[in-house]
Design a protein around this ligand. Structure first.
Ligand code: GLU
Ligand code: ZN
Length: 494
């Protein structure tokens, strides 16, 4: 049974539009989306674009496009609107200014005039003395004279939140009870000296105003949680927030060498997966396993199944390892699960420029339809389709030197000549008959089918590996097959 309270669930997904979306961000979106759906709750999508220097409109567009491609939907947010609009923080600056002022008026926040140099010097001194090295509360209760003196020096203050001097304990939905003592959570900045509000302020303020009930996010944000809880309490006292949300911190995702997968790692870029032809459902299926699993340890499932089974209390707090091989294997399973028509349609981008090396007019729809079912069971990612079918649409097979050297051994010319003869008199309406022809040619030269097949495959397709050979020959057709064997024989003779 669900461990979550009966009040309507409201969760949020609130990325900053900086750079390409990465898989960690998608995993967070997925868990929030599944949690919302599972509890028939509301998913709020909010854009945290308060960092003008790092945010860009291009990243924003990419983010939306990526989320749509993945198949996510949201109940409130960009493009759909909602009762708490606007959902872009860059359009909510007046709200943050107002809240910062109210916090100061109530004595819950204050101006801090300390310069960076002063802060650094005091931190170093505290460290040397073995004392807590966070902000020391220097400006908590400045007198009017001290403030005037700082102003006379031309200092511009930041706004700092006054942490209550008390231990903060909360139950993390993934990690259980967590406790932070006061000296480890010093007063912190909420508005920059230039008046720009910081993440520390705008994120909990919006969670409060948007009535978020559950905050599910990455473990990297765990250290901000006690600060946010304290701020929440102040917002409740001011009548701005109703209730402190529950928090659940999702495990780190580890990449190569057991290092935290960073958004700068190439394998964390969502675009890369999209360009390689991962199916959204395959990628999401895999990402769901980063910290969670379906009961019965079934690895391959649909998003509907995930939604039905998803409990936040089942999320594992231990770091999850990103395993590209497993990700590909799961994707391959999802490719196999498509109906053929869907499969052929999803391959479309890789059957034309810039991926396809053949001229558009040489593409043959009938051949494609014939070969597609054979390809569907063999692809890990859709982009592999191009190399698998190019022998059908290129005037000549690709030149792959490695394959050629591997397959064309001494005696390959004799084998190819016999195979050509046999194939010429075979029944071209059945792959079985073509197989018998090559089998018989092999027997003539004392070769098993596998060995006899290799030079034929390379002569016709250019590569040692590919789709089932005899089906491929049948689809390519007798005339082209024989011509390619002739060309290979000529090349061998030269
Ligand atoms: N904008 C924050 C980030 O992308 C979200 C933090 C949160 O979920 O509280 O890291
Ligand atoms: Zn200060």
């Amino acid at each position: 049974m669900s461990s979550v309270a009966s009040a309507p669930v409201r969760v949020r997904f609130c990325p900053s539009p900086t750079g390409n979306p990465h898989v960690g961000l998608v995993r967070t979106a997925l868990f929030n989306w599944a949690f919302a759906k599972h509890h028939q709750g509301t998913l709020v999508f909010r854009i945290e674009d308060t960092d003008a220097a790092r945010d860009s409109e291009e990243s924003y567009d990419q983010l939306l496009d990526s989320l749509r491609w993945l198949g996510f939907d949201w109940d409130e947010g960009p493009e759909v609107g909602g009762p708490h609009a606007p959902y872009r923080q860059s359009q909510r600056m007046d709200i943050y200014k107002d809240v910062a002022q109210k916090l100061q008026d109530a004595g819950r926040a204050y101006h801090c005039y300390c310069s960076t140099e002063e802060l650094d010097a005091r931190r170093d001194a505290a460290r040397a003395a073995g004392k807590p090295s966070g902000y020391d509360g220097h400006c908590r209760d400045l007198s009017a004279e001290q403030v005037d003196a700082y102003k006379a020096e031309g200092r511009t203050p930041i706004v700092r939140f006054r942490m209550p001097d008390e231990t903060i304990t909360f139950i993390d939905l993934v990690r259980g009870e967590l406790t932070f003592t006061a000296e480890n959570v010093p007063d912190y900045g909420i508005v920059r000296a230039n008046g720009a509000p910081l993440y520390t302020l705008v994120n909990p303020v919006d969670d409060a105003l948007m009535e978020i009930t559950h905050v599910l996010r990455g473990e990297d944000l765990l250290s901000s949680t006690p600060r946010q809880i304290a701020l929440y309490k102040a917002l409740i006292d001011l009548g701005i927030a109703k209730e402190i949300p529950s928090f659940g911190h999702l495990p780190y995702v580890m990449g190569e060498g057991n290092k935290k997968l960073s958004k700068r790692d190439p394998e964390s870029s969502l675009n890369l997966y999209r360009e390689r032809g991962f199916l959204p459902e395959g990628l999401l299926n895999y990402l769901s396993l980063l910290g969670w699993s379906l009961s019965g340890d079934r690895d391959v499932f649909s998003m509907d199944e995930m939604v039905a089974a998803f409990e936040i209390s089942d999320v594992n707090p231990n770091p999850a390892r990103f395993d590209l091989k497993k990700c590909e294997a799961i994707n391959a399973d999802h490719i196999r699960l498509l109906d053929v028509k869907d499969f052929t349609e999803r391959c479309a981008p890789w059957l034309k420029a810039p991926f396809a090396p053949w001229a558009p007019e040489d593409f043959d729809e009938a051949k494609w339809q014939a070969v597609a079912p054979h390809a569907q069971t063999r692809l890990k990612v859709l982009s592999e389709i191009t190399d698998n079918v190019d022998f059908l649409f290129l005037a000549e097979p690709v030149e792959d030197k490695v394959s050629w050297t591997k397959a064309m051994k001494e005696g390959s010319d004799a084998l190819l000549r016999t195979a050509r003869e046999r194939l010429e008199s075979a029944d071209w309406t059945s792959p079985e008959s073509l197989k018998e022809a090559v089998l018989a040619a092999g027997e003539t030269h004392g070769l098993k089918l596998g060995k006899a097949q290799a030079p034929v495959r390379v002569a016709v397709t250019g590569r040692t590996i590919g789709l089932p050979l005899f089906e491929s020959l049948e689809i390519l057709g007798k005339e082209k097959t024989l011509a390619r064997i002739d060309a290979a024989l000529a090349k061998l003779a030269a």
